[in-house]
Each structure stands twice: as C-alpha cells, then as structure tokens.
Design a protein. Structure first.
Length: 359
C-alpha cells in the first residue's frame, strides 16, 4: 500500500493567466460549503474561544489588548478572505499567495506581519500521508492568522496548551504563538519521517531475505514519498532561520532561542530525509544488481547446458550420418556403449565445471 494518498488540488493556473498582480483567485478545489473561522483570545489570566465568528467580531478583536489567534478553514470565499485582509492590513499580494495553494513553501515579512507558507501533513491512523495542504501562518502585533483548506490540523497540542493558564504560551506574545504553530507542523514532519524510516528498514530487511519483483514497486513508491517530503521540508529550515533573524518590532528577543531550536528540528528533519533518500537509492542499485546477478546465473546455467550438449550433439550427428559403412553401427553392444559414452562425457564436464566453481 502506498504511504501517501494526497488530495491533489486542481492547479487552476489558467484562471490566473493574464490577471493583474494581487488578484484574489483561489487555485484549489472547494472542500467546504462555508468558511469556518475559529477565534481564540487570551492573556495570562483569561481565555475566550469561539467558533464561527463573524467579520464584525474580527474587527472588534483588533482593539483588544489580548493576543488573538484566528484560524480560517476554507479558502474558496475570496471575498471573505479579502475582507479579512483589510481588517488586518494584509497586502493583496500576500492574500494572492494565501489563495494559491500550490505556492512553494517560503517566508514572508512586511511592515504588518511576518510568517510562513508551509505544507502541513494532517495525521490519520495508519496513513501519515493521508492529507497534505498548504497552511499560512502569519503573526502581527497582537494577533496570529492561520489559513488552511481542509478541516483538521496538527494544532491540537497548541490549543491544549492555551487552555492551561500556567503554560509559557499564555504569558508570551503573538510571535511565540506563531513559533508554536510552526513547531507543531515540524513535529508532525518528524512523526512521518519516523514512520517512513521504519518502513524503509522493513523494505531493506525484505530485500536481504528474499528477492521479489514486487520490491521494485515498493522502492519507487518510497522514493516518490521521500522526494515529496524533501520538497516540502527543505525550505522550512530557511523559513525558521529568517524568522529568527527578523527585525520586526513584535518579534521578541526572548523567542530567539525557541526559533533556534526550531531551526535544529527542521535541519534534523531535512537531514533524515536526505539519509532515507540515499538509502532508497542504494536499495534501488542493489535491486538492479540482484536482477543482473540473477540474469547472469540464468545465462550461466543455459551456457553450461549448451556446452555440455556440444560434444553430445557432435557424436549424435556423427553417427547419424547416412554413410553405409560405419564400423560401430553393426556391433552388438554399440547402442548402450554409445549412450554410456555420452553419459560419461556429460558427467565429466559437469564435474569439471563444479571443480572450477562455475556451478
């Protein structure tokens, strides 16, 4: 079974062709009837959590002295996304990138927000690659915005920490919340990498034990998975580095060590994927070597059979000629002697091949 069953978005590139920069065009496939807006507002003492909030509620939160996290699920309503952008002062080019779900993972920083576009792997029992989607994590002064296509995410641990007043996240600013969300995405990468590592090791063990043609399909399946992970994980390290070096006023120095730790985690994830990539390439080479060896063994056996039958065929052809006077033909025991001679020749040749370790 393939590791990955990604829900591929329709790449509606033609919709964007000829449009002016900053045009709000959703390039994915609509998965929800209505955009869902989740709202969490908190400080060290209080926390308010609401689902399905309105745009008016979002406008009110801009005047709050608490930290606000607005999680928007569903990107098909471009008009609503545009209004959210107006409320939080997001540039239309940034909104265009949010709606382009095929956007390459990358970092963004302007006067209003800093943040990242990353690919999020939503976990599912038995299939860690069940769903991949782009998520935008944007932090501004006193707020964090997250945009995603599908319901379900990897932010459950962050929500649980927010519910506990004694946790560090409740006493920190929006930049720390953005770090925590990005860290949750990277942690899920590590979970998937561990699972993939176990499966690659199992594949390696299988190849050492028995050779099967179906192994080639498994190798290419894992090779595809690894290349996919490599594509989405490698940019995250650069994102974390740029976030660590950000000079935005709302990025506190106290968050620096945590961002450095995030860089280390992203680097470890990238190095692990590179290791698996080398391993799967080695397994592919090993498979081709084994295939070549098996073919050589088959050709060797066929060659030996051919060589053994050369003298036998010669003798058979010699005594099968149409000459009338062949002395041995008319002798009483000529036939068994002939068969015995051919058997002796075949046995001697086989013993010779074995002595040379050709068999």
């Amino acid at each position: 079974m393939a590791l990955r069953k990604r829900n591929k978005s329709a790449k509606n590139v033609k919709k964007k062709t000829g449009q002016s920069p900053g045009s709000l065009i959703y390039t994915g496939v609509q998965h929800l009837d209505k955009v869902h807006i989740e709202y969490i507002e908190y400080n060290e003492v209080d926390l308010v959590q609401r689902d399905h909030v309105s745009l008016e509620d979002l406008e009110a939160c801009r005047n709050s002295d608490k930290i606000s996290w607005i999680n928007i699920t569903g990107l098909h309503d471009t008009e609503l996304i545009g209004k959210v952008g107006e409320i939080f002062g997001l540039h239309t080019l940034l909104l265009e990138d949010i709606l382009n779900v095929n956007h390459r993972p990358g970092y963004h920083e302007d006067e209003q927000v800093v943040g990242a576009f990353v690919k999020m792997l939503t976990p599912d029992p038995g299939d860690p690659f069940s769903q991949t989607e782009q998520v935008a994590i944007l932090a501004g002064s006193g707020f964090v915005l997250t945009f995603q296509e599908y319901p379900g995410d990897v932010f459950g641990s962050v929500r649980e920490r927010l519910l506990r007043p004694t946790t560090r996240i409740r006493s920190r600013k929006a930049d720390y919340l953005a770090y925590a969300l990005l860290d949750a995405v990277v942690d899920q990468y590590l979970v998937v990498i561990d699972e993939l590592g176990v499966r690659v090791e199992d594949l390696e063990d299988s190849m050492m034990q028995v050779f099967r043609k179906s192994l080639l399909d498994d190798i290419y399946m894992y090779k595809s998975d690894i290349n996919f992970l490599r594509k989405i994980i490698r940019p995250v390290r650069e994102i974390a580095l740029q976030l660590e070096k950000s000079e935005a006023e709302f990025v506190e120095d106290a968050t620096g060590p945590f961002l450095k730790d995030l860089v280390d985690h992203a680097e470890y994830a990238a190095e692990s994927v590179e290791t698996f990539r080398e391993t799967i390439n080695d397994l592919l080479n090993f498979y081709h070597t084994q295939s070549a060896n098996r073919l050589n063994d088959i050709l060797k056996i066929l060659t030996i059979f051919s060589v053994v039958f050369i003298p036998l065929s010669f003798l058979t052809g010699l005594y099968g000629t149409n000459f009338e006077f062949i002395p041995e033909i008319h002798r009483e025991h000529a036939w068994p002697v002939f068969l015995g001679a051919e058997a002796v020749i075949a046995i001697v040749m086989i013993l010779f091949f074995k002595s040379r370790k050709w068999l």
